[in-house]
Design a protein around this ligand. Sequence first.
Ligand code: C2O
Ligand code: CU
Ligand code: CU
Length: 535
Amino acid sequence: MRERDARGMTRRRLLGIGGALGAMAATALTASAALARRPSITGAELRSAVPLPPPFQVPLPIPSVLAPVSTAGGVDRYAITQREVTAEILPGVRTPLWTYAGTFPGPTIESRRGRPVTVTHRNELPVPTVVHLHGGRTPAKSDGYPTDLVLPQGWQEASLPMGHDMHDMEGMRDPQAVVTTLTRDYTFPLDQRPTLLWYHDHRMDYTAPAIWRGLAGLHLIRDDAEEALGLPSGQRELPLMIADRAFAADGSLAYPSLDPTLRRRPGVTLPYLAGVLGDVILVNGAPWPVHEVDGARYRLRVLNASNARHYELEAVTDDGRRLDLVQIGADQGLLAAPVTHRVLPIAPAERYDVIVDFSGVPVGSRVRLLNRLGSGRTRDVMAFRVARKVTDDSRIPRVLSADLPAWRRSDAVRVRDFSFRAGRMHGGHGWLIGGLPFDPARTDVTARLGDVEVWRMVADVHHPIHLHLVGFRVLSRSGRPPLPHDAGLKDTISLRPGESVEIITRFDGYRGRYLFHCHNAEHEDMGMMANLEII
Ligand code: C2O
Ligand code: CU
Ligand code: CU
């Protein structure tokens, strides 16, 4: 990691490997070398061992909105119990899941900008957990640091077989960790732009399998200004959490964990080091669902909650026409003005707020949402069936928001360089930031509250990079202007193979220990995470 101040002074820091992609060759996994030749897919696909249903038969579920247990004192209070359930995801197949409050996706929390929310999470799962609100501007103590564990009742650290693998206990030995038993209150001020956030498990070394088993849910922030725009709403606003999964012969979710109890040994088996892909595409927890719509505009709040799968979404009518995907928002809320796409790439953890107009589609016909990067069954995502002609008084204003931060390069007091690459970790394969695997005890970046910084990030294979606490804007991609879908304020940026990307942000909000990491969840578990200390 190279740090340079605004006066052009350059100094190499401990993490420094900087430089060009050439350095990758020395340490690269054979898997990642192979991936570099097939950049559209990062990871290996698991095959389901049960019969899969035909597409577009199962109705699209809409996750239920959680009712607060109290709204007294200006705070909305919620309670969520994390527990195992068995659910029917594929018709006729029983699948054990780890859930928030019994469902996958978990219940949606709807909140108002600036009105604090406290969620009491109760862990009735067989392993420690920790909840992170992705995209939340959250004080560090509620941000879900990966070692701030909530232990299950009766969990005895000492009763765990220590084994040869000291690495697995690192999380337990982080001296700064704040560990509780059974419950923990997370408080979110939500003093931030309205947008779609998501909450998910973030336990050190085990985030990927925990999300895979079902620990993910949506959290919407709304405000009066956005509601006054006249965008499609009510039944015509649909959250779409897209995630791929695979199913074992006994109906359980297949996942190539080295230790399926997720207690002693993190990691996945060799072919899946670059990421775990499933052969079933779920939207809101249903396989290739279908949703009946009016011939009108719809607002789709899309989240890619997949561990490693990238999508390039397109909406195609039965007669082969591609409908416009009018993007109105990014990870961190509304754009300044709409941006029209025919194809929209979405990396793990990214969100897009998109308007699709079904008014020109013949009643009775379908619009399929497809993934151009998929093949065979993974090309299909879901479908909309247009049921009736209606009048539509929704609109897409030409000006959506006026409060987007407009940081300029000249505002930046520092430029930092990071590489995101395959390498060696604890004697095995890992994914590294600046040549190092994650260590909770090491501060990788110290940033001053209020400072504007430019970060330059270079990747070997696809890495969707996420910063906690702050939103950022994209300045450039490999020296060129940002792409159309880079518009607005983001918290996750998809670095493409070999690409170098510049982002700009202001470290705003709270002091404390935060993170930045790759949101390919397997990469994240295998080292690709770093500490960001705001002072
Ligand atoms: Cu969505 Cu640190 O994560
Ligand atoms: Cu996050
Ligand atoms: Cu990555």
